[in-house]
Ligand binder design. Structure first.
Ligand code: CIR
Length: 257
């Protein structure tokens, strides 16, 4: 499958108040975050997609991490119900944009008490792996799989213990290749894929995105970059240091479809 569209949202100044598990990394520098966001958009355009750039939302510090607000499949879009309290309203804010691409019959919702964030969803063809995390609960996964099955797609749950979202630690880069780190290296769910193992000291770079044959890799992770190039991919690197301070990676910053 090729992607034609990408949705991103500019970071807000309130970004400095975003959720983080790593306060020791310091607060993001807003100006640098903006520059990195420009570079991210440029990298996506280089991959041949149309980029819709939404304006910053000051009331939601984490709102640039649009991936968590919706899951877009080739059959329709699912509006999430984010499990993080301060982020929950971001899904509603995304809905009008989703409606520009999909009609009523092709939009579904995750509703309370179900919660689900897109960072927990990994698309592998017509199958979707869903991480059961602090943000995505059993009921959210049940609803999600029911919606997928109604569209002729499938899903399965992957429990996770140590990372924020499923895609913090595992990402599919097409052609049967999967980037795996930490707790995901040995998971039976991924046994059938060609695993590219991410070393612990470069764990952050498990979160790369495949966009139409090119893999976008975070800057500063040379082992991962080399392994991906050795697997035959063209690569583009983008510095995401300011987003990393908030546990955000390359996939978090866009919806790709
Ligand atoms: C959060 O904790 O929700 C944000 N600071 C980071 C979200 C990262 N999103 C993603 O992995 N899809």
């Amino acid at each position: 499958a090729m992607f034609t569209n990408v949705i991103v949202r500019r970071p807000s100044k309130s970004l400095v108040d975003g959720i983080t598990s790593a306060p020791e990394l310091g607060k993001p520098d807003y100006e640098l975050a903006l520059k990195q966001h420009d570079d991210y958009i440029a990298a996506l355009k280089e991959c041949g997609v149309e980029v819709t750039v939404l304006p910053a939302l000051e009331e939601f510090p984490d709102s640039c991490f649009v991936e968590d607000t919706a899951v877009i499949t080739r059959k329709g879009a699912i509006i999430d119900n984010p499990g993080a309290g301060t982020r929950n309203g971001e899904a509603k804010a995304m809905e009008p944009t989703i409606r520009e691409f999909f009609d009523d019959d092709h939009i579904a919702y995750i509703t309370a008490p179900g919660t689900l964030e897109g960072g927990d969803v990994m698309m592998v063809g017509d199958h979707f792996f869903v991480g059961r995390s602090a943000r995505t609960n059993e009921e959210g996964i049940r609803q999600f799989i029911e919606i997928l099955e109604g569209w002729g797609l499938s899903g399965s749950e992957v429990p996770l213990e140590f990372v924020l979202h499923l895609k913090t630690g595992v990402n599919y880069i097409e052609d049967n290749n999967m980037l795996v780190s930490g707790e995901f290296i040995e998971k039976p769910d991924f046994a059938e894929y060609n695993k590219i193992v991410i070393p612990e000291d470069e764990a952050y770079a498990a979160n790369c995105i495949w966009v139409n044959g090119t893999v976008i890799v975070p800057e500063g992770y040379p082992t991962v970059l080399e392994k991906i190039q050795e697997a035959g991919y063209k690569t583009i690197t983008v510095d995401t240091s300011e987003y990393r301070k908030l546990d955000g990676g390359l996939s978090c910053l866009s919806l790709r479809f």
